[in-house]
Write a protein that binds this ligand. Structure first.
Ligand code: ZN
Length: 251
């Protein structure tokens, strides 16, 4: 069976410029995710903001990507609009997208949602309890009813997103807030998962349950050509790419 081609994109700024982020992720968040998600059925590559003039996401690279991870925070504004448009098209063509933590304010997430992505936040490193609301969902496979992270940045409601297709996880915070922290959407042929853990100074991407969820999400978000094409009247992957569809508003 063909491997799922995964591209982990990380802004990769704070780990090179802030001691506390470097201490948590010495080689960058993308390298930790690559290491933690490694599996026989995945081919994992990485890219970052200043990798090249396309942020490592040229048309060719994206055409060969099945699932894209996105971690960004302080440099959202430096991501080129033409690259965002490229990702937007690929998601509509069936590329999976997994948006992590502060990616809620990334250009690509806001464009796909059509909302601000705003939320309330507080960074005092408090404890959270992540509840699985949808145990039969493929992303929840093998995940306990709840698990805790000792230190995370609080993200809370109201989270300005469209009503999700699935709320797979919701998070309780020590300070009292609640958050729809693990949610799915479909745009065109593409599947999107947003998951809140992953502040750059804490170790959430070393947590086994966080990694299990991201590993499940990778398989869930990958375009199921064999299955969808034969059973659900979805065009083959290459056929979708050749379709002339006016995907992009504002052009
Ligand atoms: Zn953060």
């Amino acid at each position: 069976m063909a491997k799922i081609r995964v591209m982990i994109w990380n802004e990769f700024y704070k780990e090179r410029n802030r001691d506390n982020a470097r201490a948590a992720y010495p080689d960058g968040i993308h390298e930790q995710l690559k290491k933690a998600l490694a599996a026989d059925d995945l081919e994992i590559n990485t890219a970052w903001l200043d990798k090249d003039e396309d942020h490592g996401l040229s048309e060719e690279v994206l055409n060969e990507t099945d699932v894209l991870f996105w971690w960004g925070h302080s440099k959202h504004g430096e991501v080129k609009d033409e690259v965002v448009t490229r990702i937007y098209k690929r998601v509509n063509q069936g590329m999976g997208l997994i948006v992590l933590h502060s990616g809620h304010h990334s250009k690509i997430f806001k464009r796909l949602m059509g909302t601000t992505g705003n939320l309330v936040w507080r960074d005092v490193g408090e404890r959270c309890r992540i509840w699985c609301l949808d145990p039969s969902h493929p992303i929840a496979k093998g995940v306990p009813q709840y698990f805790e992270l000792e230190h995370e940045e609080m993200y809370g409601e109201r989270f300005h997103i469209p009503t999700p297709d699935d709320i797979v996880f919701a998070t309780w915070w020590e300070g009292g807030e609640l958050f729809r922290g693990g949610v799915t959407f479909r745009r065109g042929y593409g599947k999107i998962f947003y998951f809140h853990p992953g502040h750059e100074t804490y170790g959430s991407f070393y947590n086994e349950n966080v990694i299990k969820i991201l590993a499940n999400a990778t398989r869930w978000a990958a375009f199921e050509e064999e299955h969808d094409y034969k059973c659900k009247n979805v065009p083959a992957k290459e056929e979708i790419k050749s379709q002339k569809i006016d995907y992009v508003y504002g052009e």
